[in-house]
Design a protein around this ligand. Structure first.
Ligand SMILES: Cc1ncc(COP(=O)(O)O)c(C=O)c1O
Length: 450
């Protein structure tokens, strides 16, 4: 058993359906083994670092072991790199944006396929230049190269996603690292999507393909306990002041001076989320022991089955590549003609117990591009969204595969989508006014005592 959440869900008419989670790019459930081991740790939990009691020392060792496991998980250097615990990928990127000491004329190069979390934090700090994506949404490496060359003089960072949360495209990080380093810029990899699905190796410091900084979240890698991580050179964090200061960040404080603690403590202001960090370390260990190649092969098989089925549905549009191959994750965005993405997602939940996501997936500019929207259309819908009229806004439906999915989940999802596509008008009318689940069915007290 990989996990044990409520396996059956109840529809408003009282009937029961097995629950299938195909929304793993948003967040994954905790694997049973992660839950179990985290609960074991909880029974030993105490404050970390400065306590001299038995449990404090035990917890401190578990916390530091989690750091080492995450460094190992991405092939970072124990000696030269540090792993800083944060809440999630978003906080990790904001932290780096705060710590880079950027000036308004400095340039940060990202791409058109980024999640807002790897776009908005840079806009506040520097000039953001975006490398283009091609018509299918894949990163245009020639354009990235020419932009890196053009802005080399003021280029402070290249920050690129490891894999898209919309099309699943995996970027060629080795080539991107070479390009960035040729022009003297460090590379940040947003590995929120990549880390749970592929082996990542940061490569040795000084190697042209070295990944300088990497960020990812526990909740997307089967450890939803509120922790994320920013990994980067220890020396970088040694310099300058931390973005947040307070307890835990210092060696000494007088009324008019501060001596910062060395990283990572310096960067982890306040009491850390020890349980989240330990859970993330456990999840990394479970993934490593499963073998990232096994994870990939399992997900690729399911992706292939899904795409074979979806390609047969005539009134269904797939975005990005319509074929499975190792250069993409099991993330599939689509639309059914005649059925709004929001209603399609509701209908999948209500008709088949399947969880998917719909909308623009916090990657609005990328989704606009994939939908081939004109600038006036983009402005029009941005205005509507600004007025809170979100239901009118174009978007997509997204299926994303996780380690615990099986071929049965995929066959059921494909059959349910085919069913919706046969009579989109019927499902549009039904779900425009129908909530897939009753208040009672989703009452948490039915599943756990609070
Ligand atoms: C590619 C990518 N980057 C960043 C994030 C932000 O992650 P978090 O919400 O854990 O901060 C996400 C979340 O969906 C993502 O898919």
């Amino acid at each position: 058993m990989l996990f044990s959440y409520p396996r059956q869900i109840q529809l408003p008419d009282g009937s029961m359906l097995p629950f299938i989670n195909l929304d793993n790019a948003a967040s994954t459930q905790s694997l049973d083994i992660v839950t179990q081991k985290t609960a074991e740790f909880l029974s030993c939990y105490a404050s970390v670092h400065r306590g001299s009691g038995f449990l404090s020392r035990l917890s401190t060792r578990a916390f530091e072991e989690a750091r080492r496991r995450l460094l190992y998980f991405v092939g970072a250097s124990f000696e030269l790199d540090t792993a800083i615990f944060v809440k999630n990928t978003t906080e990790a990127i904001n932290k780096l944006a705060n710590r880079l000491n950027l000036q308004p004329d400095d340039v940060v190069i990202i791409s058109e396929m980024e999640h807002h979390s790897n776009d908005l934090p840079w806009r506040k700090k520097a000039r953001v230049v975006k490398a283009r994506v091609d018509i299918s949404g894949a990163l245009d490496l020639d354009d990235l190269c020419s932009k890196i060359r053009k802005h080399a003089a003021r280029l402070k960072l290249v920050s690129i996603t490891g894999a898209s949360n919309v099309t699943g495209y995996i970027n060629d990080l080795r080539t991107i690292a070479r390009l960035a380093h040729t022009y003297g810029a460090p590379l940040l990899v947003d590995a929120a999507q990549l880390a749970p699905h592929r082996r990542i190796h940061m490569m040795p410091h000084g190697h042209p393909e070295h990944l300088d900084f990497i960020v990812f979240s526990g909740h997307k890698m089967y450890a939803p306990f509120g922790s994320g991580v920013l990994i980067g050179p220890r020396q970088f964090f040694q310099a300058g002041d931390p973005d947040y200061s307070g307890g835990g960040t210092v060696r000494s404080v007088t009324n008019d001076s501060v001596i910062w603690a060395p990283p990572p403590e310096k960067e982890e202001a306040g009491s850390p989320n020890v349980v989240g960090a330990v859970a993330m370390g456990i999840a990394a260990e479970v993934l490593s022991q499963t073998g990232m190649r096994q994870v990939m092969l399992h997900e690729q098989g399911l992706l292939d089955t899904l795409l074979v089925r979806l390609r047969r549905i005539p009134n269904l549009t797939l975005y990005g590549s319509a074929f499975a191959d190792p250069t993409r994750l099991g993330v599939v965005a689509f639309n059914i003609q005649g059925l709004h993405h929001f209603l399609a997602a509701r209908a999948l939940a209500g008709e088949a117990g399947i969880s998917v996501r719909n909308g623009c997936f916090c990657a609005h500019p990328y989704v606009h591009r994939l939908l081939n929207m004109s600038p006036p259309d983009i402005d029009h819908y941005a205005n509507l969204a600004g007025q809170g009229k979100l239901a009118a806004v174009p978007g997509m439906v997204r299926i994303s595969i996780g380690l615990y999915n099986n071929v049965n989940d995929i066959e059921k999802a494909a059959a349910a989508i085919a069913e919706l596509a046969k009579d989109p008008q019927h499902y549009a009318e039904k779900y425009r006014y129908t909530e897939p689940f009753s208040e009672l069915a989703t009452d948490p007290r039915r599943f756990f005592k609070i």
